[in-house]
Design a protein around this ligand. Structure first.
Ligand code: DX5
Ligand code: ZN
Length: 230
C-alpha cells in the first residue's frame, strides 16, 4: 500500500454483531470502509476480553482491504508472531504495555508487517520520540482503551497537533481511536489525523440486513473530516 494522508475510515468491529463477523466485515467494506480495525483485549492491560489469534485469522478470510490489529495486551511480545501469522497487515502495540517498546516494534517489523505504536490519553508524546524510524503509524487514543461508545477526550487534540509536527515529512500515519463521530472527526482531521477509527458511530442503527446505514454513517464521518481540510 502506498503512503498518503487522505482520510481513511477504519470501522472497529468491536461494535459489530459478535455472532456474524464474516458478514459484518463484508458489509462495512462494501459500504466504504478503508481499513478494518480489530481490537484485541486481554482483561489485564484493559478491563475487557476479546479476540485471540484464531479469531483474527477467521476475520482475515473476509477482509479484502487492510486489517489493522490494535493490541491492548501486556505482555505483548510473546504474541506478536501469532497475530502476524493470523494475517494482520499492521500491528499496533501500546507504549505502556511493557518496558521495551523499541524491542517490541523491532519484533513487529521482523514479522514483515507494518508497525504502529499507541499512546493512552495520559501518556506523553515524548515516549515515542526515539522510535519514529521504526514505525508506520502512531495511534493516539482519545478514550481510555477497553470499551466502545465512550466520550471523546478533547486533550487529545493538542497531542495530535504536536505529533503531526514531530513526524514532519516521515511517512507515518496518525490514527485516532475513541469517540470519533461526525462531530469530533473534523477536529481530529484539522489537527493532523488521517486514519479515523470508529466503532459505535459506524455500526449504530445498521445491521447486515440493513447495511446502507453503515454506508451513510461512514460517509458522514468522512465528509465531516474532509470538510475540515478545505
Ligand atoms: C477502545 C477501542 C476502540 C473502540 C472505539 O478501547 O480501541 O477501537 O472500539 O469505539 P468507539 O468508536 O465507539 O469509541
Ligand atoms: Zn482500537
Amino acid at each position: 500500500m502506498t503512503f498518503d494522508r487522505k482520510i481513511k475510515i477504519a470501522p472497529s468491529i468491536l461494535s459489530a454483531d459478535f455472532a456474524d463477523f464474516g458478514r459484518e466485515i463484508q458489509a462495512i467494506e462494501a459500504q466504504g470502509a478503508d481499513w478494518v480495525h480489530v481490537d484485541v483485549m486481554d482483561g489485564h492491560f484493559v478491563p475487557n476480553l476479546t479476540f485471540g489469534p484464531p479469531a483474527v485469522s477467521a476475520f482475515r478470510r473476509h477482509v479484502k482491504t487492510f486489517m489493522d490489529v490494535h493490541l491492548m495486551i501486556a505482555p505483548v511480545d510473546p504474541y506478536i508472531e501469532a497475530y502476524a501469522k493470523a494475517g494482520a497487515d499492521l500491528i499496533t502495540a501500546h507504549v505502556e504495555a511493557g518496558p521495551h517498546i523499541h524491542r517490541t516494534l523491532q519484533a513487529i517489523k521482523a514479522q514483515g508487517v507494518k508497525a504502529g505504536v499507541s499512546l493512552n490519553p495520559g501518556t506523553p508524546l515524548s515516549s515515542i520520540e526515539h522510535v519514529l524510524d521504526l514505525i508506520d503509524m502512531v495511534l493516539i487514543m482519545t478514550v481510555n482503551p477497553g470499551f466502545g461508545g465512550q466520550q471523546f477526550i478533547a486533550s487529545g487534540l493538542e497531542k495530535i497537533r504536536a505529533c503531526r509536527r514531530m513526524i514532519g515529512d516521515r511517512p507515518i500515519h496518525i490514527q485516532i481511536d475513541g469517540g470519533i463521530t461526525p462531530e469530533t472527526a473534523p477536529l481530529v482531521a484539522a489537527a493532523g489525523a488521517d486514519v479515523l477509527v470508529a466503532g459505535s458511530a459506524v455500526f449504530k442503527g445498521g445491521s447486515v440486513a440493513n447495511p446502507e446505514v453503515y454506508g451513510a454513517n461512514i460517509r458522514a464521518i468522512r465528509a465531516a473530516a474532509e470538510s475540515a481540510l478545505g
